[in-house]
Design a protein around this ligand. Structure first.
Ligand code: PEP
Ligand code: MG
Length: 895
């Protein structure tokens, strides 16, 4: 192997699957397949480093690269018996991108290199049908014209559409050789006209330019957006594979297709794929013709009349099936393969780990453990925790009547409702306005990626299960229906026409059922999915593996129940302030805030006590003996007061006081910086009667719930926004006194822990001192991020995206923990806290408690639990298991 180039072909290869970092996914697996002796057209892969070099050196190919490529081509010539640039036996090449991570359709490819005005004639004579040669040449000119010369796709499409219209043809395949030849002339002409240069005839010039252009496509805007969405570092660069062309468009014994070794939508262990006879690769993914099923089973399931590959080409099918089985056993994972059949000879063009729905991923992982292919731990690591969201998506209530507008293929599961929009831009705009939309397109292309990301669901009227829309939506975990051929998109009038001519306009609401493929009129009642079967099995394996407990942030019975169903092992944060807004409570709360003295406050607090007690009793009962952390009142008091003039008038009337008086009281409570003002433990210190009432409600509820459930409540009381030990000592004094009183009233002492939020840098730094009082710490990373950065968490959205775009920060620190700064404070607090109190319980209850990367950090710092919103509980369970497995792995490597 050279410095820049690895070769493969003829049953041998330099490098293999282990070299993904150097060779990119495509290159590494082509090499692996070649080494396995599978039929792979010979080729070479230019390493990713060459791409980085290309950009660092002002867009020039590295020294020595050309010679290594030429040597590689000589090897291909020996294997194929053809010569690149030769007019008698021309070798044609493909030049494809292939990064370390899969980036479907984001970068460019050029096919049919080596064709020119002379070689096209040899090809025309060699093939049975000269149509093929001229069609290939026009494809080449079009691809090269767009990718290398920078012309718009439409320039060529318009010419083709005109030619078809002139000749009265409906499909591209209807054009004869002479007509394609005419298209070639027009394409060459338009290039000259638009760019003032002629289409290059020198195959070597074509090759170097194409390699450069494919490198350059690493930086195109759609690739950059995709990298940002998937956190792929820019410095990786892409590898480039240069490979001998094989043709699926050489007549009826030729074909091209894509397949998954198991069903990517359901996970069923059955070969699943699509192919097109007499076509080239891009025809299948482009969704221009609706492809045929590979297997008979698939054909029957789709109700297609067109014959399957199994029936049409039984021998090649048998060979293909055997290769798929071999690849799956070799990689121990479901594979997504691309192949071409050239005059009855099968060629494998790509294999990679196949993208799948989470449901399918679960089934495949569980089945593979049961088939003995992988271990339980490997299965647990196979599922991306955020993708569990897909399983938690609502589905349409089966009891409701469906007003079906049309249907297509069920490309990505789950159901979603939204307004119809027809462009990606509109989808993005609507999302910014907080509107939910369904992106409706004839077909999607990589340019639509930002709009797809903004939409609730995607509907296309063309294309198959492997079309761009289907693949991308599955990856994003949003519902998608593709190939809804019974519906029509009329872009000029901005309408979607359903079965029977029902016409819907832009902005009208539809529902997409990505599990059945149906498109329904209006909004439809949904139900939550049952989390059983494979999900339950895999989550049980995750639970066996993880070290940290997973709790939930919940302050309503509804959230607490949902979290229990999702497997929460307690409540890590109950924010009591949310309990003061409902109905009568807000009046008593306002009375308390506006009271002129302690007596008045106590009178109002007495009205709040029963509400608090019954809320806590309910939560404790639902949690049935599991730990529950209740936080004392945290926010600044004016958050409970009316804001607008009209509200002030309403409230004043209800409270029987003049509006001007109320307005003056509100003014008096005004703070310049409420987030840094009278809140958290500062409230309990200023008005201890509030903490007293809350403590009494908590303890009385604990007694009541224990009686109701027969289980003692594992009670933790959390004091917010502490920075000084003396603050905690004071508030803990109040809590302990009330506990003693309630204990005495009930004739038995009450067990509880008193702890503090660590959400201010001073608290983290003085953790060893604070831990002398605190029996547990709960890291409030929302406030800790806010106060460490000095960035208001409520105003961050105004500039964090700009910071990200300008590369100043990679991630939003309010979503994914800032390991270097906030993380270091957590580490310091954990170490210092445990130094003073070795059994100090440590948890996290900020938003980061549900973020997989932050959870990994928590595992490594040795926290005891993470706490997150109910819907993120399964994600946290899985992420915690993966973090534990990763940590174990690191430990065993270093020991
Ligand atoms: C925090 O600050 O991280 C926290 C959990 O508290 P809140 O979000 O209620 O301020
Ligand atoms: Mg906080």
């Amino acid at each position: 192997m050279g410095e820049w180039v690895y070769r493969f072909g003829g049953g041998k290869a330099e490098g293999g699957a282990a070299d993904v970092e150097r060779l990119g996914g495509k290159g590494a697996h082509l090499a692996e397949m070649a080494s396995l002796g599978l039929p792979v057209p010979p080729g070479l892969t230019i390493v990713c480093d060459a791409c980085t070099h290309y950009f660092n050196s002002g867009r020039s190919l590295p020294e020595g690269l050309k010679q290594e490529v030429l040597d590689g081509i000589t090897a291909m010539e020996e294997l194929t018996g053809r010569v690149y640039g030769d007019t008698a036996r021309p070798l044609l090449l493909s030049v494809r991108s292939g990064a370390r991570a899969s980036m479907p359709g984001m970068m460019d490819t050029v096919l049919n290199l080596g064709l020119n005005d002379e070689t096209v004639r040899t090809l025309a004579v060699d093939s049975e049908d000269p149509r093929f040669a001229w069609d290939s040449y026009r494809r080449f000119i079009q691809m090269y014209g767009c990718v290398v010369m920078g012309l718009d796709h439409e320039v060529f499409e318009e010419i083709l559409e005109d030619e078809k219209a002139k000749a009265g043809h409906e499909y591209d395949t209807d054009l004869c050789a002479a007509e394609w030849q005419e298209v070639v002339q027009l394409y060459k002409h338009v290039i000259e006209e638009e760019l003032g240069e002629i289409f290059p005839q020198d195959p070597h010039l074509q090759l170097w330019k194409a390699i450069g252009a494919v490198f350059a496509s690493w930086m195109n805007p759609r690739a950059a957006t995709f990298r940002m969405l998937h956190r792929i570092p820019e410095e990786w660069g892409t590898a480039v594979s240069v490979q001998a062309m094989v043709f699926g468009n050489l007549g009826s014994s030729s074909a091209t297709g894509v397949a998954f070794t198991r069903n990517p939508s359901t996970g069923e262990n059955a070969l699943y794929g699509e192919f097109l006879v007499n076509a080239q690769g891009e025809d299948v993914v482009a969704g221009i013709r609706t492809p045929q099923s590979i297997t008979e089973e698939g054909r029957l399931a789709s109700g297609s009349e067109k014959p399957s590959m199994e029936k049409l080409m039984p021998q090649v099918f048998a060979e293909f099936r055997a290769i798929c089985t071999r690849l799956e056993a070799h990689y121990r994972d479901m594979q997504d393969v691309e192949f071409t059949i050239e005059r009855g000879k099968l060629w494998m063009l790509q294999t990679r780990s196949g993208k799948r729905t989470t449901k399918a991923g679960m089934k495949i992982a569980v089945d593979m453990v049961e088939e003995g292919l992988i271990t339980k731990e490997q299965a647990v690591c196979r599922i991306e925790p955020p993708s569990l969201d897909q399983l938690l998506h609502p589905t349409i209530d089966p009891r409701v009547e469906r007003h079906v507008l049309g249907s297509g293929l069920p490309a990505s599961p789950g159901a979603a409702t939204g307004e119809i929009v027809f462009t990606a831009e509109e989808a993005v705009h609507a999302e910014e306005e907080g509107r939910k939309v369904i992106l409706v397109r004839i077909e999607t292309s990589p340019e639509d990626i930002h709009g797809m990301n903004a939409a609730e669901a995607i509907l296309t009227t063309r294309g198959g299960m492997t079309s761009h829309a289907a693949v991308v939506a599955r990856g994003m975990g949003i519902p998608c229906v593709v190939g809804a051929g019974s519906m029509r998109v009329d872009l000029r009038n901005e309408t979607l026409i359903g079965v029977g001519g029902v016409t819907l306009h832009r902005g009208e609401v539809i529902t997409i059922d990505g599990s059945s493929g149906q498109v329904l009129r209006g909004a439809v009642p949904m139900i939550q999915p049952a989390l059983s079967g494979d999900f339950a099995k895999l989550m049980a394996w995750a639970d066996e593996t993880r070290r940290m407990a997973v709790r939930t942030n919940a302050d309503t019975p509804q959230d607490a129940r949902a979290a229990r169903d999702f497997g929460a092992e307690g409540i890590g944060l109950c924010r009591t302030e949310h309990m003061f807004f409902e109905g009568e409570r807000i009046h008593a709360m306002r009375e308390m805030i506006l009271a002129e003295d302690e007596k008045g406050r106590r009178a109002a607090l007495a009205k709040l006590l029963p509400y608090q007690r019954s809320d806590f009793t309910e939560l404790f009962s639902i949690m049935h003996g599991l730990p529950v952390t209740i936080r004392l009142l945290d926010p600044p008091l004016h958050e409970f007061l009316p804001k607008t003039e009209a509200e002030i008038e309403d409230v004043a009337r209800a409270m029987n006081m003049p509006p001007a008086f109320l307005a003056r009281r509100i003014d008096a409570l005004h703070e310049f910086n409420p987030m840094l003002g009278l809140r958290g433990c500062r409230l309990a210190i200023s008005y201890p009667e509030i903490a007293e009432m809350q403590a009494r409600a908590i303890f009385e509820a604990a007694v009541a719930a224990a009686k109701r459930t027969g289980e003692a409540v594992e009670l933790e009381i959390l004091v917010p926004l502490v920075s000084l030990r003396a603050e905690l000592d004071y508030v803990k004094g109040v809590i302990d006194r009330v506990a003693a009183e309630v204990g005495a009233e009930n004739g038995s002492p009450i067990a509880y822990l008193a702890g503090t939020m660590i959400e201010l840098p001073r608290a983290a730094l003085r953790a060893h001192v604070i831990a002398e009082t605190a029996e547990f710490f709960s890291f409030g990373t929302n406030d800790l991020t806010q106060t460490t950065f000095g960035i208001s968490r409520d105003d961050a959205a105004a500039f964090i995206p700009t910071y990200q775009r300008k590369g100043i920060i990679e991630h939003d620190p309010f979503i994914s923990l800032d390991f270097d700064g906030v993380g270091e404070l957590i580490q310091i607090a954990a170490e210092r806290g445990r130094r003073s109190r070795s059994d100090l319980k440590l948890g996290i209850c900020g938003e980061h408690g549900g973020d997989p990367d932050s959870i990994r950090f928590c595992e490594n710092v040795g926290l005891d639990y993470v706490s997150c919103s109910p819907f993120r509980v399964p994600i946290a369970r899985l992420a915690a298991a993966q973090a534990a497995i990763e940590r174990q792995g690191k430990r065993s490597v270093s020991s």
